[in-house]
Structures are given as structure tokens and as C-alpha cells.
Design a protein. Structure first.
Length: 391
């Protein structure tokens, strides 16, 4: 049973996970089987509806606290996060993306770099799932070349005045705060003079407009316009002008998390293709009897297994505080390419039903593509890996 294989106390993960982790994974799986059933997930995607009930239910379990510092209500560490995200990705890519952006990215950045006052004000509420965030780095003119950003934050007394437009901001509609990368100065390189401001999303001068995308509909991607937005200087996260290094730290952690979600989501796509193929008869036999189909399934599961090992290798290094920039990029890059390939093959195996809204495979086909683009495109990941192996 493929799903059982996925959840069992797999020997290949024993070097990384303890019995407590495996028990946690099983609890998350059982809970999401109940609260993230396929009809609900499909309806949220089709209706572009935020899965508020699911987010609330998961927060009530205390799972928005995972990997946050204990002194601010957090529990567990990197391996707990990865073990959990793989299972969440299996059930709901939308929930996994939302969790990652809130807790791993913004929560993680605040836990490391924010002032004690900011931490106290927002982290315990995040751990309880009562305060939500977005992370605004990208702009129209600066995507992969993110340091080229032009949103400005000009000092005026005790405040900053922020002007600019941020693009593709995940979850901005639900956010209470937007962690925003702004230019507060200029230096020798574009990386100098970037600062991070935690801006309350309801501040006058902010307009948030959802953008129609190919996938990821349950968590809308938004344009965020900022016109003369007044933000107290106390909302600075980290030192003024030193934001770029902070951003890099956030992105490195994100890559491992994205890899974990891709492994779970790809496993779900595989399980669907496998069970469909075993039941579908053509020419008087199940289509798995055709080697063209069975070999596809073999390659799909092999890619997923290899991705999983790359993800847990990077997670272990990250958890141990060891350098793992290349390993994190390998995990994100290979796992997202694998998820995309599994979805492409999954649609092919299911024929017209793979292309039909009734089945989840078409959603995997759309959602897998975004993992090759965000969190640093896979070309940028390959640049990072090349720098490491060619040094
Ligand atoms: C669904 C979704 C959600 C997102 N959420 C957020 C968010 O919450 N916050 C946020 O700040 N951003 C977000 N993004 C933006 C995302 O981070 C950017 O899309 C990504 O960094 C790529 O930038 P770009 O789209 O401008 O592509 P570009 O940078 O214009 O790249 C175009 C192509 O050129 C290639 N390319 C560019 N430079 C190089 C190079 N040096 N070497 C090789 N190839 C190169 C790229 O790989 C790509 O194939 C999101 C994007 C999507 C799709």
C-alpha cells in the first residue's frame, strides 16, 4: 500500500527521525485525513477561497508553534518542521505554503533578528495561529535579481515613509503584518542599504490586489502598493541597511521546507496515479500491465524517494547548524523538478481524467510548476550549487 509505505516508520528516514517524529507524522496525517478532505481542498482551489477552517484547526493543534523558539511559545526544531511539512504537503499544498511563509520564513526571521519588543508582540500570537504574515521582497523589476529592489523607506523623525510596489506576495490578503524589504540607503553594491520593516498591513497607504495565477488559488498571490506609508522606526527588523544578509538566511531555510512540501505533494500525486492505474482497464487488462505505464510509475516513485533523501540530508545539516546552502538548493531544485515530472507523468497515466477538474492530478500539474519558480527559481538554485561545487 503506497500511502502506508509513505507513512510507515521508514528505514530510510531512521537516520534523521526519531520514534517521536514518526508518531507526530502519523498524528498529522490522521488529523488532515479528517480536516483536509479532497473535496474541501478542491473547492478552495476552484473558488479561490482561503482555507480558513483548516488553518484554524491546525493552529488549534499547536502546529503553528513548530520550529519557533520555546520562550515565545514554540516547540520542536527543523526536523519536526520537515517531518510535518512533508505530511501537510501530501494533503494540502496550500496549507503547506501558508504555514511555511508564516512560520518558517517570517516567524523564523523575526525570531532571529527582530527586537525583543517585536518578538514579544507577535511571536506568541503566531504560535497560536492568531497573527499572520506575508513576506514582500519581489518587485516587477527585481525577481531573481532581488537586491535590485526600488521600494524606498525614507527616514522622517522617528518614522520611515515607505513607497513602492511589491509583486507576487503570498497570503497578503490574510496578513496582519507584511515583512517588507526596502531600500533605506545606497552603498557600493545593490545589496547594501536594504532594510526589513515589519509593516502592519492595515496601515493607511497600503493597497493589496490579488493577481490571477495558474495555480495556488487557495492562497492568493498579490500586488502590494505602498504610497507614503508611515511606519515607526521601531518596526525595523535587524540593523538598518543590513537586511540583505537577513533575507539570505530566510531564503536558505525556505529551500529545505519547499523541498519537503514537494516530496509530500509528489507522493500524493503518485498515490493517485498508482491507484488509478491499478483500477483502469484497457484492452482487457489493467493499464499497469503495460510496461510503458509501470515503468513511468517506477520512475516517479524513484524520483520521490531520491528527493526525500536530499531533503532530509539538508534538514539534518540545517538542524546541526552546519553550512548547507548547496545541499538546501539541491533539495529544493531536485524535489520541485521531481514533483513537476511526477505530475506530468501522472496526468499522462490518467489520460483525460488526469486533465479533468474532478481529479486532483490537474491541480498537482499546476501547483508543481510554481515550486520551480518561487523561493528562487531552479536556475538560480543551480547557480548556487555550481558556485559550491566549482569553487
Ligand atoms: C505563486 C508565487 C508566489 C510567490 N510568492 C512570493 C512572496 O510571497 N514574496 C515574494 O517576495 N516573492 C514571491 N514570489 C516571487 C518569486 O520569488 C519570483 O517569481 C522569483 O524570484 C523569480 O523572479 P521573476 O518571476 O521576476 O523571474 P525573473 O527573475 O525575471 O526570471 C525569468 C527567467 O530568467 C531566469 N534567470 C534570471 N536570472 C538568472 C540567472 N542569473 N541565471 C540563470 N537564469 C536566470 C529565471 O530562472 C527565469 O527562468 C512568488 C512567485 C510565485 C510564482
Amino acid at each position: 500500500m503506497s500511502s502506508g509505505l509513505f507513512l510507515a516508520r521508514r528505514d530510510d528516514l531512521a537516520p534523521y527521525l526519531s520514534d517521536v517524529h514518526f508518531e507526530f507524522r502519523e498524528n498529522v496525517h490522521k488529523f488532515l485525513e479528517k480536516h483536509a478532505d479532497p473535496d474541501y481542498i478542491r473547492a478552495c482551489d476552484e473558488e479561490k477561497r482561503f482555507p480558513a477552517e483548516l488553518v484554524r484547526a491546525v493552529a488549534e493543534q499547536g502546529w503553528f508553534a513548530v520550529n519557533l523558539p520555546e520562550e515565545h511559545g514554540g516547540v520542536g526544531g527543523v526536523l519536526d518542521m520537515v517531518a510535518m511539512l512533508e505530511i501537510i504537503g501530501y494533503h494540502s499544498v496550500a496549507l503547506a505554503r501558508y504555514w511555511n511563509m508564516n512560520v518558517n520564513m517570517v516567524g523564523g526571521a523575526l525570531a532571529r533578528f527582530a527586537s525583543p519588543a517585536i518578538k514579544q508582540a507577535v511571536l506568541p500570537a503566531l504560535a497560536e495561529g492568531k497573527t499572520f504574515f506575508a513576506f514582500a521582497l519581489s518587485e516587477n523589476g527585481s525577481g531573481s535579481d532581488a537586491a535590485n529592489l526600488t521600494t524606498t523607506a525614507r527616514r522622517e523623525g522617528d518614522d520611515f515613509i515607505v513607497n513602492g510596489t511589491k509583486m507576487w506576495i503570498t497570503g497578503a490578503l490574510q496578513a496582519d503584518y507584511i515583512l517588507t524589504a526596502c531600500r533605506t540607503g545606497r552603498g557600493a553594491t545593490p545589496h547594501d542599504g536594504i532594510s526589513l520593516l515589519l509593516i502592519p498591513a492595515k496601515t493607511p497607504g497600503i493597497a493589496i490586489v490579488p493577481i490571477d495565477m495558474l495555480g495556488g488559488h487557495a492562497i492568493r498571490t498579490c500586488e502590494v502598493n505602498l504610497v507614503d506609508v508611515r511606519v515607526p522606526a521601531t518596526q525595523l527588523v535587524g540593523d538598518e541597511g543590513a537586511g540583505w544578509k537577513r533575507v539570505m538566511t530566510v531564503l536558505a531555510k525556505e529551500r529545505v521546507a519547499l523541498g519537503a512540501m514537494c516530496v509530500g505533494a509528489a507522493q500524493a500525486a503518485f498515490d493517485l496515479a498508482r491507484s488509478y492505474a491499478m483500477e483502469r482497464n484497457q484492452f482487457g487488462r489493467p493499464i499497469t500491465a503495460f510496461q510503458a505505464v509501470s515503468h513511468k510509475l517506477v520512475d516517479m516513485q524513484t524520483r520521490i524517494d531520491a528527493s526525500r533523501l536530499l531533503v532530509y540530508r539538508a534538514a539534518r545539516l540545517l538542524a546541526d547548524g552546519k553550512p548547507c546552502s548547496a545541499e538546501a538548493s539541491q533539495a529544493k531544485c531536485f524535489a520541485s523538478d521531481s514533483y513537476m515530472q511526477v505530475a506530468v507523468d501522472g496526468v499522462q497515466i490518467m489520460g483525460a481524467n488526469g486533465y479533468c477538474s474532478e481529479f486532483a492530478m490537474q491541480r498537482h500539474f499546476r501547483e508543481s510548476k510554481l515550486f520551480q519558480i518561487f523561493g528562487g527559481t531552479n536556475e538560480i538554485q543551480r547557480n548556487i550549487i555550481a558556485r559550491d561545487i566549482l569553487a
